[in-house]
Design a protein around this ligand. Sequence first.
Ligand SMILES: [Zn+2]
Ligand SMILES: [Zn+2]
Length: 393
Amino acid sequence: MTVNEGWDSFKTNRWINFDTIPSSSSQNRPAPRAPEIEVNRKTPDSPSNRANRPRTLSDRGNEILDNHELVSSLYAWNWSELRENYPEKGIQNPSIYCYAISCVQLLSHVPAIVRILQDHQCQDTACLCCNWKKNFLQSHGHAGTINWFREAFKKDRKFNQGRQEDAHDALLAILGKLDKISVQSNPRLKGRKVADDLFGYSIRNEVQCPGCKNKHVYYEHNTVMTVRMLRKDPSGKSHSIKELMQALFTESKIFGYNCSKCKKKSDAPVKPTLLRAPQILLMHISRFSFDGWGKKISRPVTLNETLDVTSMATAGASTVYKLCGAVIHGGTTLDYGHYWCVARSRKREEQFVTLNDSSVSQHTNPRDALQSYIVLYRRREHLANVGNEKSMI
Ligand SMILES: [Zn+2]
Ligand SMILES: [Zn+2]
């Protein structure tokens, strides 16, 4: 099979051109970024294409951004790039699978994932991807089934103990499996880490020694961004998801930092910034309280319809996201209660739908958004015909 097989119907040429675009072409070169002090730079062994580029970050930082730019040509980012689009549909819940159903629904509202499922086929009857497609997306009933989820994870005791599990755990497990399956079956994705390509983000942490002022930079990468609940506001005001995210990027201290230059130990300030904004922002709101086992912090979190992360970005790079879905949890602990999903409709992106087990509602309850547990944002430029200020629900 050639990589171009069956792609004629695509409305964009991004996929077709993939093999002809070298990663060093001008299209893929990062835009110049604001000057920044270069810190602890190793002797550069950079390829020649780096030579003419403005020196704005460490070599490691530039590598991270280069890879990120290549990614944008590899996947489908909007619904018009799919072979076919699917109507909204529920999933029958035989017992305790709402934690898995809500995650499958949420991820089924990511064009790149649906496209990967469309392209995938294999011989494994227990395959997560084959069954996801066959028993949910392409099934003809009014609702799909979920038994296949348990089958796909039959070696994982966690999802086979006959009790409700945490949706965040299920999400990570699904992404882990999707990573393995899609790379094995799709030659275009050979050697890639799919979950990282789609959801991966990088944080650049800059530490400054208070004694000799030497700066040290280190990077963190992850796919699902965990944000913590903030202390209760004395005025009773709810926090927004943007405020929770901003808290991740506020300056803090590393206690007992060992400076590699002056060899002294001190409490050094560290400033994190978002170096690589993800293509799709997937956030997990940690609602566990630390003062008791299994306790849930039920305080409401408002979901910004539009989320601009410029203020958190390294060198102020602008990325604007639009809210595209959330897994909601109702109940007092995360192992009990009920999970469901609200999502931007695949066929009518200006509208949100509620997907609660087998039921589909064209209306969403504004209260749902306040109890979100996992939140999904897509880049604004990947959405069609969506206004800026429209409220979510
Ligand atoms: Zn398969
Ligand atoms: Zn020092």
